[in-house]
Design a protein around this ligand. Structure first.
Ligand SMILES: [Mn+2]
Length: 458
């Protein structure tokens, strides 16, 4: 074992110990029949994280009350401060508010993975689990769902490793190698037989959609000329002599091989590892697809639908979830063709895209990711995706690991720049968010540009 991985194992051990403290606190309250007050984030990771802890509590015959929120802000905590629950459980958020959480009427568990300026300082009655507290990576190596799973696994609910990975995929930790705590969780799932590993074509909804659609909806790995391009996708299939409307399972073995070879020519990464949840059927079986469905629920603000799917409703909620996914795909296609047409506006060290389109507004972070991935915009500069939400501008910042390795930390840049102009923000090195007053949009952009310049120079 190398020195660094030994070190990493020690750090993971410390994180697991903290999770065990949380488990003991939760167990105490479940034994007293207290309702667990769960607050989680509204993205795929946050919804999955809520799913992990709700499932675990339900299986222990416990009771819970969940609220999913877009952001943990002061007003949310004001409301919670009037609630008389004995135990609060924050998923995928909370690390930035340990003090306020310590002042709530009940005890609290925070299961978060975001980096934050606020403290590792301990608060009475609060168990704070966050990889950053132990020198571990929370951007790439574990999600909010993963951190939450570290508590659930102590109740022997190893099958929830699947949902933990759904959250990780939702936070873009599923592309490329699975590393760190995610790898530990994945291995545990594989060892327990609740997860399966397959080698195959990494195409979205491969068995569920006609081929031309499945290919169009595949953004990671990117298929230039096909991803986000219905005509390009049809053209590709026609060129290699396959029917466009056919579904993958209907192809002969020879045709499947032919398709595989043609796709590998475009991007060899299309063939790779896929992770499946043993107990589930498509479209939830493939963790990547499961995550896309929950993401679509989140982006369409149907958090209850997403959470119900995580809680096992494969009828009504899954049907609704698939409708939301369809809508989601249509909006992304609309956005991709817009960016293809107009491109981004480049500054010295960053670039940005801006929309007032009400369909596209909620999807700007995803569009920023896709634009970088499939090469619609300059891959060498971080991109800020701006949506007009009077009187504010909502900003989603995205970049690549290649750029963060050069020293760029978007979370810090956006936190600092938004704070300087009457807004708020923060997040991870590769993905961050902020809101700023609209009249400070240009000042904010210039300051981020400047901070990124300095980060690159350091
Ligand atoms: Mn997260």
């Amino acid at each position: 074992m190398s020195k660094s991985s030994k070190n990493d194992a020690y750090k993971q051990h410390s994180l697991l110990n903290r999770a065990e403290e949380a488990y003991k606190l939760l167990k105490k309250h479940l034994d007293q029949d207290n309702v667990v007050r769960i607050i989680s984030h509204n993205d795929a990771d946050g919804i999955s994280a809520a799913g992990v802890i709700c499932n675990a509590i339900a299986r222990e015959n416990g009771k819970f009350h969940v609220t999913i929120v877009p952001r943990l802000k002061s007003e949310v905590l004001d409301k919670l401060s009037h609630e008389k629950y004995e135990i609060f459980f924050f998923c995928d958020m909370g690390s930035a508010w340990t003090k306020r959480i310590g002042q709530l009427k009940g005890e609290a568990i925070i299961a978060d993975h975001h980096q934050t300026i606020d403290s590792s300082e301990e608060q009475e009655g609060v168990v704070h689990i966050n990889p950053h507290l132990f020198g571990l990576d929370g951007t790439r190596d574990v999600s909010g769902s993963g951190v939450t799973y570290l508590v659930a696994r102590l109740m022997n609910h190893f099958e929830l490793a699947g949902l933990a990975m759904v959250g990780a995929f939702g936070d873009m930790q599923g592309n490329g190698e699975i590393t760190g705590v995610n790898q530990t969780i994945l291995q545990e799932g594989l060892n327990k037989g609740v997860l399966e590993l397959k080698e195959g074509l990494k195409i979205s909804f491969l068995n569920d959609e006609p081929l031309y659609k499945a290919l169009t909806y595949t953004y990671l790995p990117p298929l230039p000329g096909i991803s986000g391009d219905l005509d390009g996708s049809r053209g590709f299939l026609e060129k290699i002599g396959l029917s466009t409307d056919i579904k993958f399972p209907e192809l002969s073995n020879e045709e499947k091989d032919h398709l595989k070879e043609a796709l590998i020519q475009i991007n060899p990464e299309i063939l790779g590892k896929q992770y499946m949840i043993t107990a589930l059927k498509p479209p939830l079986k493939n963790i990547d697809d499961y995550s896309s469905i929950i993401d679509a629920c989140g982006k369409n603000k149907k958090y209850g639908v997403g959470l119900s799917i995580c809680l096992g409703d494969e009828d009504e909620s899954l049907t609704k979830g698939m409708e939301l996914l369809k809508k989601y795909h249509e909006i992304i296609l609309k956005g991709v063709s817009w960016i293809k047409r107009e491109g981004s506006r480049e500054m010295d060290h960053i670039q940005y895209i801006y929309t007032e389109d009400k369909d596209i507004k909620g999807f700007m972070g995803t569009l920023a990711n896709i634009s970088l991935d499939i090469g619609l915009i300059n891959p060498n500069k971080p991109v800020l995706a701006l949506s007009r939400m009077d009187p504010l501008i909502k900003v989603s910042g995205r970049t690549t690991l290649k750029i963060t390795e050069k020293g760029v930390n978007l979370g810090q840049a956006m936190e600092q720049a938004s704070n300087s102009y009457g807004g708020a923000g923060g997040g991870h090195t590769v993905a961050a968010g902020a809101v700023v007053p609209r009249n400070n949009q240009d000042n904010f952009l210039n300051l981020v540009d400047d901070i990124v310049k300095n980060q690159l120079a350091e």
